[in-house]
Design a protein around this ligand. Sequence first.
Ligand code: FAD
Length: 232
Amino acid sequence: MDGYQVLVVGAGFAGSEAAYRLASEGVRVGLLTQSLDSVMMPFLLPRPPFPPGSLLERAYGPEDPRVWAFHARAKYLLEGEGNLHLFQATAAGLLLEGDRAVGVRTWEGPPVRAERVVLAVGSFLGARLKIGEVEEEAGRLSEASYPELFEDLLALGFRFQKREGVVPETPTTPGYRVHYHAFHPEEWEEATFRLRRLAGLYAVGLCVREGDYALMSQEGLRLAEHLLHELG
Ligand code: FAD
């Protein structure tokens, strides 16, 4: 088949971790994300403890605590993994064959095909960011959230729950809140990561469960183990 064995949408904490582990085990992985400047970008710098052997642990560098430096180290590691193709695009909807997800349509144009599709889109589904009196469509500060994927999932019948995350003020950044949507618990099977409504479709990270960076990373690793088992 053309395309990837696994396509991960969203190079955040959960998606990057899963993609990195799968690729290191020889799986052909596509890691598509809407901006290469925000690969594994934290709200605030992650602090140990981290899952042993994780990408999160490897990207952590206490000698340079800037979030930007953390992101750069993670991106460098991902780009050095031979079976992993990290690229910039925005998923605008699922590509379907019958009741099976076989890839995504992208806002930029070209569709991307894969045997399995993982949604790891964090706080970006139907997101609104509030900073003082200002409100914008964003999943993180300076990171737009585009409506197409969320609208496509709603049109396919997926149900969601509203969630909120808060970023406290720091000496260099203002505090803000993000309102976003996560898949309704009945849509997702925790043991297999499957979104039950369609075959070949999985979800991981904040778009299905709440937690800190370490949990997102742990979940990415758990998903990778599950997919390695499925792929035989
Ligand atoms: P993310 O890390 O957000 O990654 C999702 C990625 O998907 C992003 O790179 C985004 O660009 C990409 N994406 C989204 N939609 C598309 C699309 N359609 N096409 C292509 N790419 C797409 N946890 C902590 O431990 N410490 C904190 O300080 C902390 N602060 C938080 C603050 C807020 C406001 C929120 C909402 C959560 C916070 N969390 C924090 C919880 C959680 O650990 C983080 O949100 C974490 O980043 C979630 O990881 P993720 O991989 O699920 O999503």
